[in-house]
Write a protein that binds this ligand. Structure first.
Ligand code: SF4
Length: 489
């Protein structure tokens, strides 16, 4: 073997080809799977990102808001590049670039200098501060630091600076999202509750959803109903802004005054119960109107539940346009169910996506054979099990909580399935198993425009059914014998 200079390189340890082959086969065996599942102190390829990444997504969802990372520059680059690669849009955020001296003496100087520069350079309406691991490890006191910044007039006294502690050694991006959202709402709504006032609007909390098409779909459904709304929080336009030759650092986002007034709403619905428990609990104690927590509306049944809830809360009939849409989605399912019926899937992802995938698959007569979550809970496990128990297609399907994608690989290599549903990180396991990966979660780096196609609502059903069934038909066309190669499928 030679290196880039063409010089001969001698390997320190030679591994005979037969040994490579033995290990290659061994990691696909039951014996290896058992060892893999016995692993305790090591995580390999977890299906989640760290807390601040979710906090940054949340910060981008508000008008004129600059996400501000109190912590290391490298961490900030990671969140920015991950969001950037998923949406193929800029994800502008700043960092106060703590380094060795910050780690020793605390990060207050970094934070103050960073805030001063951020205000001067980027003129935000609001700065949303969140932390990376380092300031959390040394115990930086964000409350005091931000108070001091205002007292010393480093930033204008009236500038809103919500902040969230987002320690990454605990939880995932959905927990960071939740902490940032509750902090922003607490900051914006302070003193805004007016006795007897009702905005007449529904506040919709989509949860930590990385699909911009979903935000548009919620808005479209509510427009069909004629129900006024505030999306808490709306990242739909932020990461799907038009390419018109100009650059807007603060594209889209929920208007700050709408978010402030959301405390006087007629009703608040969270559709990301696993991604927003802290926010929703706080809202229950502080917001006017009705409070509803329900699953992400993926699949026919869960979409029906959402539509009926809006109708009930606002005393309205379901509009004919939505009834027709439902009919078309049911037709799409009927026309194509035979391509998914009985097929086995391995699914993984964030809890709110997972309940949606499982519900949708069972409706299609498919089997969510392996269900895996890298940071799950007893509550999630119970909800998934209830879904499985409620369908004949759930029989024999298994749930794996707090397992990673290396576990998933063992599962799909030893107990085969027809396809995987998840994010781009699952492509290695899918390739090894020789099965397709349907990318509906986050992040999706290796396909284009996926985030523009909603997976919620009736339109989401049509999109998912179309993508999955057509792929199975493609496989049939590519692999069948000549005599079975047909025009009709
Ligand atoms: S896990 Fe911690 S160190 Fe790693 S990117 Fe996230 S915040 Fe930074």
């Amino acid at each position: 073997m030679s290196n880039l200079l063409g010089l001969e390189v001698k390997k320190v340890t030679e591994t005979p080809p037969e040994e490579v082959e033995r290990v290659r086969n061994w990691i696909n065996s039951e014996e290896y799977k058992e060892k893999n599942f016995a692993r305790q102190a090591l995580v390999v390829n977890p299906a989640h990102a760290c807390q601040p990444l979710g906090a940054q997504l949340c910060a981008h969802s508000f008008e004129g808001t600059l996400p501000f990372v109190h912590g290391s520059q490298g961490c900030a680059s990671y969140y920015r590049s991950t969001l950037n690669r998923h949406f193929r849009e800029p994800a502008p955020a700043v960092s106060d670039a703590m380094s060795e001296d910050g780690a020793v003496f605390g990060g207050q100087n970094n934070l103050h200098e960073g805030l001063e520069n951020a205000v001067a350079l980027y003129k935000p309406k609001m700065i949303a501060v969140f932390t990376s691991c380092m300031p959390e490890v040394i115990g930086d006191d964000l409350t005091a630091f931000i108070k001091n910044a205002k007292q010393k007039s480093i930033v204008p006294k009236d500038l809103q600076i919500p902040y969230a502690n987002t320690p990454s050694f605990n939880g995932t991006h959905i927990h960071g999202y939740d902490s940032m959202l509750v902090s922003i709402l607490q900051t914006l709504t302070e003193g805004k509750q007016v006795e007897g006032r009702c905005t007449g609007k529904v506040n919709i909390i989509p949860g930590c959803d990385f699909n911009t098409g979903d935000y548009r779909e919620y808005k479209r459904i509510l427009k069909e109903f004629g129900v006024p709304y505030t999306i808490l929080a709306d990242v739909g336009d932020t990461f799907d802004s038009p390419c018109d030759g100009t650059y807007n650092i603060y594209a889209g986002g929920t208007k700050l005054e709408d978010a402030a007034d959301s405390i006087n709403g007629k009703a608040t619905i969270t559709l990301g119960p696993y991604a927003t428990p802290k926010t929703f609990n706080w809202i229950k104690d502080n917001y006017s109107g009705k409070h509803v927590s329900m699953s992400m509306p993926m699949g026919i049944e869960k979409t029906d539940a959402f539509i009926m809830k809006v109708a009930e809360l606002f005393g309205k009939e379901v509009p004919a346009s939505l009834k027709n849409e439902r009919g078309r989605a049911v037709d799409a399912v009927t026309d194509s169910h035979q391509y998914m019926h009985g097929k086995k899937f391995a699914v993984y992802g964030d809890p709110d996506y997972l309940t949606g995938y499982v519900s949708f698959l069972l409706e299609m007569g498919a089997r969510p054979h392996h269900i895996l979550c890298s940071r799950g809970s007893k509550k999630l496990e119970k909800e998934l099990q209830t879904l499985l128990d409620g369908s004949m297609y759930g029989k024999g399907c298994k749930i794996y909580m707090n397992k990673d994608l290396w576990h998933l690989r063992s599962l799909v290599m030893t107990d085969r399935v027809d396809a995987i549903i998840g994010d781009t990180h699952g492509k290695f396991a899918a390739r090894d198993a020789g099965i397709p990966l349907f990318r509906f979660g986050f992040p999706v780096f290796d396909r284009v425009n996926k985030h523009r196609y909603p997976i919620i609502g009736y339109q989401g059903v049509v999109n998912m059914v179309t993508e999955i069934c057509n792929k199975f038909i493609d496989i049939k066309d590519e692999t069948c014998e000549d005599r079975y190669f047909e025009m009709m499928r």
